[in-house]
Design a protein around this ligand. Sequence first.
Ligand SMILES: NC(=O)c1ccc[n+]([C@@H]2O[C@H](COP(=O)([O-])OP(=O)(O)OC[C@H]3O[C@@H](n4cnc5c(N)ncnc54)[C@H](OP(=O)(O)O)[C@@H]3O)[C@@H](O)[C@H]2O)c1
Length: 315
Amino acid sequence: MADKRFGKNGWTPERISSLKGRTYLITGANSGTGFEASRILLSKGAKVVMLNRNPKKSADAISNLKRIISSHADISFIRIDLADLSSVRKGAAEVLETVPRIDALICNGAIAQVPKQKFTQDGFESQLGTNHFGHFLLQGLLYPRLKESKGRIVVVGSEGYKMGIRTIQFDDMNWDKNYHQNKTYCHSKLAQIMSAYELQNRLKKTDSEVKVYVCHPGSSATSLIKNSGNAMSRIMFSMMSKLPVVQSAEKGSYPELMCATEENLDESGYYGPTGMMDWVGPVGDCVIQPHALDRKVAARLWDVSQEATSFKWSL
Ligand SMILES: NC(=O)c1ccc[n+]([C@@H]2O[C@H](COP(=O)([O-])OP(=O)(O)OC[C@H]3O[C@@H](n4cnc5c(N)ncnc54)[C@H](OP(=O)(O)O)[C@@H]3O)[C@@H](O)[C@H]2O)c1
């Protein structure tokens, strides 16, 4: 539903005034929606720290952003490979040493539609390991700085959470028996979303002013499928991209930008495009389906995630 506050065009970055003095961390920021979000935040005067896995691509992204915005744009890079928990620990330690304030941690990076079962460095199914466990640990490690900064955690989900098995497959988290490129991707995005609402619930019982928001980019023309999908998925997505059911990467970045910057946003919401099938169109409130808010499943997922990452939140 388009939000009345934002008018018929929905939320757009025009609502952001100056972000001077603000710092935003974005995972997976050297392409797609993460790159576009970085560009727009920089254009508003913010400092952006990209948390990317690939140093060469990051150097290229930084020089592109400086060329587009200004050679003085405050953009930097700390290496984090979400598919390797030791890299997440190392990168988070560097953040804590060098970044004194975090206004928002935008959990944007992901892989999708991985055709065959693969594993992260720590032995987890690659999409769950990268998209969920990597971010779960990162959020926990950076939480003290977010708390000091009264910052936000923004989780970039996917409408895929409505597809696949629509719950968490606790008896086979690695999908040894039934691996399926799309269902397993959808499982990882559902895990991210459920964990975000669980974190909100846990924070509400504390004095923390950290806010957690959940959004999705609809269907956006990025390199997501090109990077990790098989030939058939790539052909299908490239054909779809010519139809009005796919929007630009820039528009795909608006929901995460909105969640990172808009004041007085309801935390229990789920934000994204509200046009055709919620894949494109004005950004506002989308409906979150009840299976993503199942408290019992979320609490169990929280325990499983703490164990998998050997990280215990003090919440
Ligand atoms: N595009 C869509 O239609 C769509 C739909 C639903 C949800 N989403 C979500 O939107 C978000 C952004 O994706 P996108 O569409 O912009 O795709 P994208 O252009 O492929 O961007 C994904 C980013 O994640 C990074 N990444 C992948 N694995 C990583 C790892 N192990 N460690 C650190 N970074 C890693 C990639 O880095 P490299 O450059 O090193 O590959 C890339 O920069 C994702 O959360 C995705 O699930 C997208």
